[in-house]
Design a protein around this ligand. Structure first.
Ligand code: IPE
Ligand code: IPE
Ligand code: MG
Length: 238
């Protein structure tokens, strides 16, 4: 099927608050949910799974919370290599690596390199990711080494300089915890993505929720601005 699904994993803080826990506990539970969803996704015809882990705006949080999230990411990257190898999962990154702590960058670069040859599902971690930031970096990359007005920016130029130009645009973007906004996720790529909002908080998400989202997506009629529907499998029908 070759689906690309993006998930805005939201609601960790609210999950914790509802139980009288620290926000960090919510992130710990959120990581458990993420592991479960990654395991389930590869069996559901998903070829690309982009997880929104940390946005360019999330630096506004306390140093303690930010540090905790970065620590969890490192722990996850180290602990899951065997799982990735056994399940042929390739890990990739999107976002601005240059503004992340060097130890986090090293762990990301290492796991991306070590899983590069795995040909199963690709899990793209959006870490220090902002949609606007990605577009600005893409334009700057395109302009590097170009003198004067030699380069005309068009849609292809931008698309070719995004963080992972080979990855197809997302088909479905899921947001948990009931917020109806993009929060700067995949702004360019999601031009024709289908959105699915779940009221459930991210730590409460499980395989069944992902299956329900996919089932809902498969009933959508995608028209891409045209008149005829394009089925989710990509075939035109009247
Ligand atoms: C999502 O959960 C995780 C990150 C943004 C890192 P939140 O931490 O945003 O949880 P809420 O929105 O406060 O409930
Ligand atoms: C979006 O959630 C970012 C991630 C899930 C990593 P936020 O919790 O940061 O979004 P807002 O602040 O509610 O828009
Ligand atoms: Mg939130």
């Amino acid at each position: 099927m070759g689906l690309h699904v993006g998930i805005i994993m939201d609601g960790n803080g609210r999950w914790a608050r509802a139980r009288g826990f620290m926000r960090t506990q919510g992130h710990l539970e959120g990581l458990k949910a993420a592991k479960q969803i990654v395991k389930a996704a590869s069996g559901m015809g998903i070829d690309f799974l982009t997880l929104y882990v940390f946005s360019t705006e999330n630096w506004k949080r306390t140093a303690e919370e930010v540090g905790f999230i970065m620590g969890l990411v490192r722990q996850y990257l180290k602990a899951e290599f065997t799982f990735c190898r056994e399940n042929h999962i390739r890990v990739r990154h999107t976002g601005d690596l240059s503004r992340l702590p060097p130890d986090v960058v090293k762990d990301i670069v290492d796991v991306c390199r070590d899983t590069e040859a795995f040909t199963g599902m690709q899990v793209i971690l959006a870490l220090n990711y902002g949609g606007r930031d990605e577009i600005v970096r893409a334009v700057n990359k395109a302009l590097t080494g170009v003198s004067g007005n030699a380069l005309e920016i068009n849609e292809n130029v931008i698309a070719d300089h995004l963080d992972n130009p080979d990855i197809p645009d997302p088909d479905l973007i899921i947001r948990t915890a009931g917020e109806y906004r993009t929060s700067n996720f995949l702004l360019w790529e999601a031009a024709y993505a289908e959105y699915y909002i779940s009221e459930k908080l991210w730590p409460d998400w499980s395989d069944a929720d992902l299956a329900e989202a996919i089932e809902n997506f498969q009933k959508r009629e995608r028209r891409y601005g045209g008149v005829r529907a394009v089925s989710v499998s990509g075939n035109h029908h009247e």
